[in-house]
Write a protein that binds this ligand. Structure first.
Ligand code: ZN
Length: 201
């Protein structure tokens, strides 16, 4: 499966002039929710992700996603792995399990996101799970921005990566885009205006 093509076909990989949450500009943007619009396509992606996890010999009881972004990917990955699916939600300074979800001491849990940038939300989810006695056996995401190192990739993790390096990250592909500060952005120099494509506008 050509993962980049799957994202392009879903209009999830955009070309243009984008203002990122970091304040930097970029020619490309991953609108990762778009790749999950069609559940049968989403299932093909999570089946591929589940295969990577199983082939690595990772045994898992439950998939836990950080809400909101990771929920659909986490739910589909749980289906692909035939395990339980739960999610954690934001609270002041971290994440917590709500809605009557419980975990058993020693339960083996994969933290699943749609996309890993620095891994900040995934790390908060992992801390919430570990505080309840769960064991985080892996991180997983459909897409990886190339800041953290996924299993099978040649790059090293960048200093901004927040994920612990003793727990593997499984992702389908790296999407590494060039970023520019507004002062140095070649598209701004050509007179174009950056647009904000994100989830918060
Ligand atoms: Zn620009």
């Amino acid at each position: 499966m050509n993962i980049e093509q799957v994202y392009k076909d879903a209009n999830a990989l955009l070309d243009g002039h984008f203002l990122l949450a970091s304040g930097n500009h970029s020619r490309r943007y991953l609108q990762s929710a778009k790749v999950l619009e069609y559940p049968k396509k989403a299932a093909l992606l999570t089946d591929a992700l589940a295969t990577l996890i199983k082939d690595a010999g990772i045994e898992v009881d439950t998939v836990c996603a950080p809400a909101l972004g990771g929920v659909l990917a986490g739910y589909e990955l749980a289906r692909s792995l035939d395990v339980r699916s739960i999610f954690v939600e934001k609270k002041e300074g971290g994440m917590e399990l709500r809605r009557g979800f419980e975990i058993k001491p020693g339960e083996r849990i994969i933290i699943c996101e749609d996309i890993i940038t620095t891994g900040g939300s995934a790390l908060k989810a992992a801390k919430a799970i570990e505080a309840l006695g769960g064991k985080v056996v892996a991180f997983a995401s459909l897409a990886n921005r190339g800041i953290c190192k996924r299993v099978g990739a040649n790059n090293e993790a960048k200093p901004e990566c927040k994920l612990p390096n003793n727990i593997p990250l499984f992702s389908l592909a790296d999407f590494t885009f060039e970023m520019y500060s507004p002062d140095e952005c070649p598209m701004c120099k050509e007179g174009s205006i950056a647009i904000k494509p994100g989830s918060k506008n």
